[in-house]
Design a protein around this ligand. Structure first.
Ligand code: IDP
Ligand code: MG
Length: 136
């Protein structure tokens, strides 16, 4: 059964810095995602730590939070049938060198840390992450 879902997508600092926002938004729209909310912002490190709390025990946590807060990002709510898993497929593997042809990370990712996009990994986390950016 297909359900209309919402998921959180972030165009990360490496991609915003290279002016890829519109190109990446077009990829989502061409694949049938509706971008129902968007917000360009720069978060500070403590907010990044909160957003990535799930990773707080990982060795890369500090660098990850510094990176996400290092420049402007574009946070978006994407809507589509099975949006959470469809977005994960479209993003590709975490490490761009493992990401399949045709995925966003294959096309634009620079490295495992500068991998251009974030996407929620479950419906539950999508709700929390959408609230994080769009609760007001
Ligand atoms: P995901 O973004 O594909 O869901 P996660 O495992 O949730 O991947 O990791 C969150 C983010 O942390 C990744 O997008 C990547 O930027 C960074 N990251 C993950 N694993 C590593 C690593 O081994 N070294 C450095 N950064 C990493
Ligand atoms: Mg993740």
């Amino acid at each position: 059964m297909s359900e209309i879902e919402k998921t959180l997508s972030i165009i990360k600092p490496d991609a915003v810095e290279r002016g890829l926002e519109n190109e990446i938004k077009k990829i989502f729209e061409k694949k049938g995602f509706s971008i129902i909310k968007e917000k360009k912002i720069q978060i500070d490190k403590s907010e990044a730590e909160k957003f990535y709390k799930i990773h707080e025990t990982k060795p890369f946590y500090n660098d990850l939070c510094s990176y996400l807060s290092s420049g402007p990002i574009l946070a978006m709510v994407l809507e589509k049938e099975n949006a959470v898993s469809e977005n994960r497929k479209l993003m590709g593997a975490t490490d761009p060198k493992d990401a399949d042809d045709g995925t966003i990370r294959n096309k634009y990712g620079i490295s495992i840390d500068k991998n251009s996009v974030h996407g929620s990994d479950s419906i539950e986390n999508a709700k929390t992450e959408i609230d994080f950016f769009f609760s007001d």
